[in-house]
Ligand binder design. Structure first.
Ligand code: 13P
Ligand code: SF4
Length: 336
């Protein structure tokens, strides 16, 4: 075997990849990651990868890895000319808004998000007319056009903090579009839905389908188990777990605690990454795959890097981009 390929296999193994589920043998993965990492240098490109991406993407080729908030912050500091975004469309679009002068590519342009699909800019305009003076806090899982109509963007990592700040100045806040996250936050902040916090009928098709009875069963089977759910889950799930938060919060909590076992009720990539980062901790599976996140593959990344094709490049009109950027920057300011 070629020396560079043998070394790449060792690198991937030491990164924890050999113990993880992947549908490809390590040699095949190594051939692709070797080629991609070489091309990244030649094409002055970096790879941003969300934690729900396949493990071979995260540990094999990712330069910036994290939750939606971290990736938005990282995007500001990127020096390379080209960003290949391994995530879904709204994440790549956010990176483009923050880097209008750079080229941002999404290896599969059909990688969408059910939350993002649930609301249009015209819906927000109508809501603003119905509730004049109330600020719009918009979840980052949304299109650039909707971001342009909102006052501040939030992510799972900072929604609570930003809502608290908004409620210091306003009696009513419009929180869109995730109805479950909105209801979970309304309960935590003791706000009346429909009166003090206005919600929308959006949801994540991955997080809304967990079964709370299974969580209760597993907790009985494994005493000491800490169950953690993403804040996009419905309230019956949140009531059955010990911890609610975004993927970044979950990772920090696992790092800081020493539970007998952890159950991560979220997209499967998160559990894979946690196992890779904390090989001595125990994880009990309860996850679902996001088809959009998983539509990104090493082959598609390689093809994108070779061609840098216009059809996979993210484009945002200047006016929309400017307005959306203000709302994202407001998030950076309020999240601190
Ligand atoms: P995080 O920001 O918590 O990583 O969530 C993003 C997402 O898409 C959750 O489904
Ligand atoms: Fe969207 Fe849900 Fe997939 Fe996250 S997991 S990208 S919210 S569909």
């Amino acid at each position: 075997m070629d020396k560079a390929l043998a070394e790449e296999i060792i690198r991937l193994k030491s990164g924890g990849l050999s113990s993880l589920c992947s549908d490809k043998p390590l040699k095949e993965i190594a051939e692709l990651t070797l080629e991609i990492n070489k091309l990244k240098k030649e094409k002055n490109a970096v790879i941003c990868a969300h934690v729900y991406q396949r493990p071979e993407i995260i540990s094999g080729i990712g330069d910036f890895v994290g939750d939606s908030y971290k990736l938005a912050k990282d995007a500001v500091s990127v020096k390379a000319e080209n960003i290949i975004f391994c995530g879904v469309h709204f994440m790549a679009e956010t990176a483009k808004i923050l880097n209008p002068e750079k080229r941002v590519f999404l290896p599969d342009m059909s990688a969408g998000c059910s939350l993002s699909e649930s609301i249009k800019a015209s819906d927000i305009i109508k809501l603003k007319k119905k509730h004049p003076g109330s600020p719009v806090a918009l979840y980052i899982n949304t299109s650039a056009k909707t971001k342009a109509e909102s006052d501040v963007i939030v992510t799972s990592a900072n929604a609570e903090k930003i809502l608290i700040k908004l409620f210091e100045k306003h009696k009513k806040v419009i929180f869109l579009p995730d109805k479950y996250m909105g209801a979970n936050l309304a309960k935590k902040l003791n706000k009346k839905i429909g009166k003090e916090i206005i919600l929308w009928d959006g949801s994540c098709e991955v997080h809304e389908k967990f079964d709370s009875s299974l969580i209760k069963e597993q907790k009985k089977l494994y005493p000491g188990l800490v169950a953690m759910a993403h804040s996009e889950c419905p309230s019956d799930i949140i009531n059955a777990v010990d911890f609610m938060g975004g993927t970044g919060d979950m990772m920090k909590y696992i790092e800081a605690t020493n539970a007998k076992a952890y159950m991560l009720i979220t997209e499967c990539g998160m559990g894979e990454l946690a196992k890779m980062k904390f090989p001595n901790k125990n994880f009990i599976s309860m996850c679902r795959l996001c088809p959009y996140m998983k539509s990104i593959t090493l082959e598609k990344v390689l093809d994108t890097l070779i061609k840098l094709p216009a059809k996979k490049e993210i484009k945002v009109g200047a006016k929309i981009s400017e307005k959306a950027k203000k709302a994202i920057e407001k998030m950076f300011e309020l999240a601190g």
